[in-house]
Design a protein around this ligand. Structure first.
Ligand SMILES: [Zn+2]
Length: 333
């Protein structure tokens, strides 16, 4: 019998990545093809670009498109995971956009679509640092803060698919207003975007730091990489900045431990690359605020890095086809 494969796509705000996975869950030839997402160029351009990434990925992996039995995709939300409809994502130009149906037409195979938070949780629970644990939460800290919940090995989505919005837990009742309608949402304090905003504001205030001095106090030149470098050089401002980041994240994580008492919470995303500078303060803050003590080993850092979402999308489509049984495996031409 011929080999069968899954096409896996991670459609992000800045880049789109493709991979081909075997039925058993290994990436073929270690091909992870990445291209810019051409956001703000209109709904069709963004979609054609996505398809192009898929086609080139198959080519590089040397896999015949006819051997694809399913497509797993990560896309920005809000989206309907049952239909693969994107509800409204302005940067993609996708409003009530039938992404799942269109991908199915292009690749002739069943499609499942979900957000990176849910897929991250699934990947970490299946093959990541929380492998085999029963209850796993995943929180990504990058441009924003996303999340996902896996209970008993399954994604917990809630009634409308909106569960796991960890970035919109309020950690300050009267805090900064958020586009979601609430105030003081975690991502307004702890995300990479929030960190940049705070650093630039401190730079304008001429707060003494080698981080700012190195740029001639030019707020436009401040970024996370320079902050990490300053912390490595023991700059007092940078070290305290990261401790504050740890306290913000710790406040959010304490809420999650109080609500779910999960086996493990996994943190991923670009900001966690600097975890060495904030993890102690974060754990301390969790334990200052949580009702029950939280042991160090219950907070882990993703080791799947950029591939976490791709692995999650593989498990998403694989689970779906396994559950649909033989019928779900038929190619639809
Ligand atoms: Zn919010």
């Amino acid at each position: 019998m011929e080999n069968k494969y899954y096409l896996i796509l991670d459609i992000g705000g800045t880049k789109t990545t493709g991979a081909v996975f075997t039925e058993e869950g290994s990436p073929v030839k270690d091909v992870f093809l990445t291209a810019p997402s051409v956001t703000y160029e209109g709904k069709d351009a963004v979609f054609r670009n996505t398809v192009e990434v898929g086609r080139r990925t198959l080519e590089q992996a040397g896999v015949d498109p006819a051997a694809i039995i399913g497509v797993g995709a990560a896309a920005p939300g809000p989206l309907d995971y049952r239909t693969g409809y994107i509800i409204d994502v302005p940067m993609m130009g996708w409003k009530d956009f039938p992404l799942g149906d269109l991908l199915q037409q292009e690749f002739g195979a069943p499609v499942r679509v979900d957000n990176d938070g849910n897929l991250g949780a699934l990947a970490e629970q299946r093959v990541g640092v929380a492998k085999g644990e029963n209850s796993v939460l995943y929180m990504t800290v990058s441009t924003g803060c996303g999340g996902g919940i896996v209970l008993g090995g399954r994604i917990y989505r809630g009634r409308s698919g909106g569960a796991g919005e960890f970035g919109h837990m309020s950690i300050d009742y009267n805090g900064i207003p958020c586009p979601c309608g609430s105030r003081g949402c975690l991502e307004l304090y702890a995300s990479g975007t929030a960190m940049n905003r705070r650093m630039r504001s401190d730079c304008e205030k001429k707060i003494p730091s080698s981080l700012f001095a190195g740029t001639g106090y030019d707020p436009d030149r401040i970024n996370g990489a320079l902050l990490g470098k300053a912390a490595k050089e023991n700059d007092a401002y940078a070290l305290e900045f990261f401790r504050q980041e740890g306290r913000y994240l710790g406040a959010g994580l304490a809420n999650l431990f109080n609500l779910f008492d999960p086996d493990v919470i996994v943190l991923g995303g670009g900001v966690t690359k600097s975890a060495e500078f904030f993890k102690e303060e974060m754990l301390a803050e969790v334990n200052r605020r949580s009702c029950l003590p939280v042991a160090r080993e219950r907070i882990r850092f993703s080791e799947l890095n950029d591939r976490v979402t791709l692995y999650g999308a593989y498990f998403l489509i694989n689970d779906y086809l396994q559950e649909e049984g033989g019928a779900g495996r038929e190619r639809k031409e």
